[in-house]
Write a protein of this length. Structure first.
Length: 235
């Protein structure tokens, strides 16, 4: 910790916004977080008439609260695990940029207040990845799948115009936090019908023309805005 970092007393008294969203006050346990999330999710889920934007905020608060609980339980152990995950995440970031793509990151406010700027970057979260054109291929998808455990905050994945096929699409199944997936102009086909089963948080899905049958389009969950390569839109 640098000399200008926050004092331990200030860090210990910090009440992260994610706990406020869940209606909790520290100290909290993982079970407290889970129970609070379940109670609110039952009423706020879009399938029950809840606001999708508010439900996204609730999910984000749940994820951040779990991280906060782990952090408070053992700061050094938590930091060690984060450093390893950060290194793997940076591998994806570097490969994306080298292929001509873009990434979006979010920082962790509670870590900044607890450890200061010296360590805060290790908890930065990769939340958006955009890579267009032929370099968005199956090999790149394999990398994303291989590093899925370190990409658990990736919410937006845009691979429009890529050369990804069904084989590459299957590699993305473990990116469970996806809320937006754009595959328009790619070579994905019949496997695309399985996408709603993989991503419970998905709200936007872009697919190439002909990837879905009419029956598959009609079976698409209401929470997902579907945009096909031919301009057809289903909400």
């Amino acid at each position: 910790m640098s000399a200008t970092g926050p004092s331990s007393s200030a860090a210990d008294s910090f009440h992260p916004p994610c706990l406020t969203v869940l209606g909790l006050m520290p100290p909290v346990t993982a079970e407290d977080v889970k129970q609070a999330y379940r109670a609110k999710a039952m009423a706020m889920h879009p399938d029950r008439g809840g606001d999708p934007a508010q439900f996204i905020l609730l999910q984000k608060a749940f994820d951040e609260a779990n991280e906060f609980v782990k952090f408070k339980a053992g700061k050094l152990e938590w930091l060690g695990a984060k450093i390893e995950a950060y290194a793997q995440q940076q591998e994806v970031v570097t490969e994306t940029i080298e292929r001509g793509g873009e990434v979006g990151m979010e920082d962790s406010d509670f870590l900044l207040k607890s450890f200061g700027e010296d360590f805060a970057h290790v908890a930065d979260r990769l939340v958006m990845l955009r890579l267009h054109g032929p370099r968005a291929d199956d090999v790149f998808s394999i990398l994303l799948g291989f590093r899925a455990e370190s990409l658990k905050d990736l919410a937006t994945l845009d691979l429009r115009g890529g050369s990804i096929t069904d084989e590459g699409l299957l590699q993305l199944k473990e990116l469970k936090a996806l809320r937006s997936l754009d595959l328009r102009g790619t070579a994905v086909g019949k496997v695309a019908a399985e996408i709603p089963q993989w991503f419970e948080r998905l709200e936007f899905l872009g697919l190439p023309k002909g990837a879905l049958s009419m029956f598959a389009r009609l079976a698409m969950p209401r929470r997902i805005k579907l945009v096909m390569g031919d301009g057809t839109e289903t909400t």
